[in-house]
Design a binder for this molecule. Sequence first.
Ligand SMILES: Cc1ncc(COP(=O)(O)O)c(C=O)c1O
Length: 410
Amino acid sequence: MTDTATLDLDFVRRQFPNLGNGWAYFENAGGSYLPQTVIKRMTDFMSESQVQPAALNPLSALSTERLDTARRLMARMINAETDEIVVGPSTTLNVYVLAQALRPLFRPGDEIIVTNQDHEANSGAWRRLAEFGIEVREWRIDPASGELDPADLDGLLSERTRLVCFPQVSNIVGSVNPVAEITAKAQAAGAMVCVDAVAYAAHRLMDVKALDVDFYLFSLYKLYGPHVALLYGKRERIQEAANQNHFFHEDNISAKLNPGGLNYEAVASLSGIVEYFEAVYQHHFAQPENDLHARLGRVFGLFAEQEQRLSEPFLAYLADQPGVRLIGGGTPGDRRLPTFSFVVEGRRPAEVVEALGGERIAINHGHFYAHRCVEGLGIDPEDGLVRVSMVHYNTGHEVDRLIRALDAVV
Ligand SMILES: Cc1ncc(COP(=O)(O)O)c(C=O)c1O
């Protein structure tokens, strides 16, 4: 056991079977790799306990216990209570269900604020409520940087605002929005907030209580897990929302926003995400720490430092390229996550992606379903932007390869 402040990359990379494939993987904002702990939990569930939970037999008890444990750990991970979270199929579907559940609380003439920075998941379902007489206002990005200015929200909030929807960080822009500040503003005006944390989850510790958010969502397949997604709602908010499940689930707050059967094997595997973080904690920190959320916080601290080490040379390289337009603020750290979107003068984004693919460097291009954001930046969404997205398991050597390969096309 060591007590080092630096992330042991060899240790970390050994946990992810996909990292042995020879590719430098920089499409993590699309979906991250999974550690062995998650894969094992899923296959264990399927081979040992793939039976209906909550039945009166010991096999079912094992299935129930695995699902309950996963839900409890996911709640602890974000500092929520277990009955305040819903694990559903995707963030897009979770927002859709939530919009249906909140609609009966709104009256014609009530207002919802959405942004043009969001992925469409936290935008389209809210905008569609205009069909029911709800007024939808748009909080717009700065067309040069792609950033949202909280001061602009003041002019949009009114006594009729019921909800403000925005991302903690965009999957394109990379600059972190000050969620606690925005939430306090919205709540002071009497509105709730719905925050998309999908592009944030892999990078920093989440804490729904510290942020005081009403609703908060993220997808586990971007946080080293399978294709399911988590919706958090303050207990009283879920209680007042309209049931979207069978009538007999009306008073079951963990079921009412979760219509349809769950993907049990995927849910059970979520414990493997926490198991991975626990393994990293134990490998790096000698002193015991009783609180899981605090242990996760220390591990995310190691991840943040590694992300910084990766980001600095890449940002310095991009800043030196006169033909490159980088979206979002340029300083790495708490205000800038390692999601870098850019366009290269005289090159189509697809060309850049293909050229790097030839060097076994995986990046992507497009509008990444943040269509309105790309348009708001004055960029044609059909071509979109080039996106390079890093997480803690990327290496400095991979960044060197990335810079060399990019240099041949820029
Ligand atoms: C910021 C952001 N929000 C929402 C989503 C949608 O998540 P899901 O695929 O779980 O619906 C994505 C997916 O790329 C995303 O990047």
